[in-house]
Design a protein around this ligand. Structure first.
Ligand code: PGA
Length: 248
């Protein structure tokens, strides 16, 4: 199985030329790497130009967010169909910096699949409590997001477990805790969709992933890849991370 690496560029870089340069550097690096699959989520203004210039299959383009509405009366928004028609194959849904409601997870997941793309659904807690109530909330996020999908559509969905408190830190969450939570997510999926589908859904980890910790994170059973934030546009660091991921 290839490791999925989702590069969330957030609101960087500042200009289209730099966006293309970063893309080209990543493209050059992944050409030699057989065990990683890259999904780049640039700011949406760069998505179409990056997608249109790339003919390979090692990198796919992803939107960081879409509107929860298909009504054109949504000034400043971006629709699922616009992303699909501009070369986007994936959509990030529910990243904590977007501020989505629980119900937005359901609608945006549905619209993404409706337009033939794959949703990357972000789930995770803002804080942990000793009684494990946050797990109940993770279960609710999963079940709400998948509510409108047919069973056969669920198979392709990707989840990213990204505890909000672990974003933008020096270190990621402890490996043992990542494993425990990802196992819980897997169990919830198997309970509802059965073994075959539940075992096959890709579950990623996000939150302060870098070249120093990528090996440990990808070595955790049941973690199928990662989402990187800040390091995604630091080409030297990101290429190093890809090389390590490829060897893991
Ligand atoms: P980070 O961001 O890697 O900079 O912590 C992750 C994210 O926001 O998805």
């Amino acid at each position: 199985m290839k490791h999925l690496i989702v590069a969330n560029w957030k609101m960087s870089p500042n200009d289209p030329k730099r966006a293309r340069d970063i893309f080209d550097i990543v493209k050059g690096a992944v050409a030699k790497l057989r065990s990683v699959q890259i999904i780049i989520a640039p700011p949406s203004i760069f998505l179409q130009s990056l997608a249109s210039k790339y003919k390979g299959n090692k990198i796919s383009l992803c939107a960081q967010n879409i509107s929860s509405s298909e009504d054109i009366a949504n000034t400043g928004s971006l629709s699922a169909v616009q992303v699909a028609n501009s070369g986007g194959r994936y959509v990030m849904i529910g990243h904590s910096e977007v501020g989505d409601t629980l119900d937005n997870l359901r609608v945006k997941t549905f619209l993404t699949v409706k337009h033939g793309m794959i949703p990357i659904i972000f789930i995770g807690e803002s804080e942990r409590d000793k009684l494990g109530k946050y797990l109940k909330n993770i279960k609710l996020q999963i079940n709400t997001a998948l509510k409108e999908l047919q069973t056969k559509e669920v198979e392709n969905v990707i989840f990213c477990y990204e505890p909000i408190w672990a974003i933008g830190q020096d270190d990621p969450m402890d490996s043992y805790d990542i494993h425990a939570t990802v196992l819980y997510i897997r169990k919830v999926l198997i309970e509802v969709y059965g073994d075959k589908i539940g075992q096959n859904i890709n579950i990623l980890y996000g939150g302060s992933v870098n070249s120093n910790n990528i090996k440990d994170i990808l070595s955790i059973d049941d973690v199928n890849g990662v989402v990187t934030g800040r390091v995604s546009t630091d080409t030297e660091e990101f290429v190093e991370l890809l090389k390590i991921a490829n060897r893991t």
